[in-house]
Ligand binder design. Structure first.
Ligand code: PEP
Ligand code: MG
Length: 610
């Protein structure tokens, strides 16, 4: 970092604890990001700002158009004919040159900020429609209200992100995955949120972007203003505002001690790690964004264990990224990056908490974590995404290097339906002479408790299980994974969640159906010996967690880990499990093996810290 170190000011150093959600250290200037604050500026802009303001308007219009198209492409049937007509009406108005000219005119002639000009012009337009005798035109007035909101939102987002720069640490009440994808272009150093949990989709995106993230910093975060010097420690879960020079020096030291890329590559190029008593553990990686593929070279030894296609394909908000041809290309690229062990491609998990364009769809469909999400949504309208995605996978799978994973499975019936559709698509490709490999292994995510409880019934229809502890925990413990204060209770190390994982592992062992764990817990140092002890021998983790997890696995004695797993299952709650795991690690693992990047202690917090 080129910027001079944060200096001591008249402020006292302020340390705020939260939960480290994406590892790393960021030192820079705080920037308070609030994408929801309305832009109420009315004061005239200066003449030399006029062109930029007109450009801002054009970008916002384009963005609003893209958003409309995305919602319509991703969920055409879900919207129904009426809603679709509303979107069509909005899209037409966005292209109405008369309206756009009037807005531009106010910006140029009256030097009004774009948001104010949009409000004035659309209000006048609405009044005209309201006064009309034609009922159809009067309905159009409502569409205008919606369109105004959409345009103002698009303008606001750009405004909110505009002041972020490469030395900023984004400070926000909350960040959605969409916010993070938006601000990444400005290249901030890190981010802190008052709310949010470490397994939220925002945390997953931050890891994918290599952006240190601290979540759950609470209301004390209000004390941090734009312009304050801050240090964010996304590994240990701490924000330090107005840091003392000694603190800055300490963190600089840690930054320089972080393993070099070459060290990381050496670790990656190694063989699957073994425990001290010779038990082999397969480590795979989770991929969300295309940029992460570069982190995998040379080949990750265990391949890709989870490709979140709703992120990978749709992160840029381009609705055509789900076109069949584009998907074929994308999966070939993924297969190539995954190397010999291949890649597990999860079908689109649309409809849950906001993730890229799904967020846009969710605006119209309400919160979906208990609704039409994942496989339910795919099967309700199979022609929309399921069939094209399966066809693309069959076509991209030329040498058996791909596996398919189903998100949010609840019943065996759902898996049987997918199998049938997969067979139909494969037969159709064969009829048409399209080259493809029909031997696509089919796996099911274990995320819904009903599915975990019925695991034996699934073994006849699936080739493997992948336990998604992020969702499984939210559904078992009834705690929103993206929640604020209550989010601290979202911990996959709860004995009830571990009991379900054991059940699935035992089912897998009896039936010969492999079981892996791909939720964030697989990259949590305290959880690794517990999961191994439960009998899990494939973990899929973020590329950033891979080196640490590898070192921890190598330091564990497998037999001793089995004892730990037996003990933790008897505990009452997650904090008690963490206390026991932490004590076990202190006694069984040499400190050097649990040192994370920059020598930070990654053995995890004492349970009392959580
Ligand atoms: C999970 O739920 O644990 C999982 C891996 O899926 P996602 O985080 O994408 O919902
Ligand atoms: Mg999930």
């Amino acid at each position: 970092m080129e910027e001079s170190p944060p200096e001591s000011t008249s402020h006292d150093e302020l340390v705020i604890s939260g939960t480290g959600a994406a590892p790393g250290i960021a030192m820079g200037t705080a920037y308070r990001y609030d994408a929801s604050a309305p832009d109420r500026r009315r004061a005239p802009i200066s003449p030399d700002e006029v062109d930029a303001e007109v450009d801002r308007l054009a970008n916002a219009v384009q963005r609003a158009e893209q958003e409309l198209e995305t919602v319509r492409t991703l969920a055409p049937d879900a919207l129904g004919a009426d809603t679709d007509a509303i979107f069509e009406a909005q899209a037409l108005m966005l292209r109405d040159e008369e309206v756009l000219r009037a807005i531009r005119q106010r910006i140029r002639a009256r030097k009004e900020p774009a948001a104010a000009a949009v409000r004035t012009v659309l209000a006048a337009h609405r009044e005209r429609l309201d006064d009309s005798d034609d009922a159809h035109l009067r309905t159009g007035a409502d569409d205008l209200v919606e369109l105004e909101r959409r345009l103002l939102r698009a303008l606001r987002r750009r405004a909110a992100a505009a002041h972020i720069d490469t030395q900023s640490v984004v400070v926000a009440q909350e960040l959605t995955p969409t916010d993070l994808l938006r601000v990444r272009r400005q290249g901030p150093l890190g981010a802190v949120t008052a709310r949010g949990g470490p397994t939220s989709h925002a945390a997953i995106v931050a890891k994918a972007l290599g952006l240190p993230l601290l979540v759950g910093a609470g209301e004390t975060l209000e004390a941090v203003s734009s312009g304050d010097r801050v240090v964010v420690d996304g590994t240990e879960g701490r924000l330090i505002a107005h840091p003392h020079p000694a603190t800055v020096e300490d963190y600089r030291q840690r930054e320089t001690e972080a393993p070099s890329p070459t060290e990381r590559e050496e670790e990656r190029a190694g063989r699957p790690p073994r425990t001290t008593d010779g038990h082999a553990v397969t480590l795979r990686v989770n991929v969300g964004l295309e940029a992460e593929l570069d982190l995998l070279r040379p080949d990750p030894p265990g391949g890709i264990g989870l490709l979140r296609t709703e992120l990978f394909l749709l992160a840029d908000g381009d609705p055509h990224a789900v076109d069949e041809e584009r998907q074929v290309e994308a999966y070939r690229e993924v297969a190539e990056a995954a190397g010999e062990e291949g890649a597990t491609i999860r079908l689109l998990d649309l409809g849950g908490d906001g993730r890229g364009p799904r967020h846009a769809a969710a605006e119209h469909e309400g919160s979906r974590s208990l609704g039409e999400r994942g496989l339910r949504r795919l099967l309700n309208r199979p022609d929309e995404h399921l069939r094209p995605q399966l066809r693309a996978l069959l076509r991209a799978n030329r040498q058996g290097e791909l596996r398919v994973l189903l998100p949010m499975v609840t019943d065996v019936t759902e898996v049987r339906r997918v199998r049938r559709i997969l067979d139909e698509e494969s037969a159709r490709l064969a009829e048409n002479g399209v080259p493809h490999d029909p031997t696509l292994p089919l796996g099911a995510m274990v995320e819904v408790p009903a599915m975990a409880l019925q695991a034996p019934a699934f073994t006849e229809f699936v080739d493997f299980f992948s336990v998604g502890t992020n969702d499984l925990t939210q559904y078992v413990l009834a705690v929103d994974r993206a929640a604020g204060p209550v989010g601290a209770r979202h911990d996959a190390l709860h004995p009830a969640v571990l009991g379900l994982i054991l059940r699935v592992v035992e089912t897998g062992r009896m039936s010969g159906c492999p079981v892996e764990v791909c939720g964030e817990i697989a990259g949590d140092v305290q959880a690794v010996p517990v999961l191994l002890g439960l009998g899990v021998d494939t973990l899929s983790v973020s590329p950033q967690s891979l080196p640490t997890v590898r070192r921890v696995v190598r330091a564990i004695e497998y037999d001793a880990a089995k004892g730990l797993a037996r003990d933790v299952l008897q505990e009452d709650d997650a904090p008690a499990v963490r206390r026991r795991a932490r004590t076990w690690i202190d006694t069984h693992l040499p400190p050097a093996e649990t040192a994370g990047s920059g020598g930070a202690d990654v053995r995890g917090p004492d349970a009392s810290d959580r």
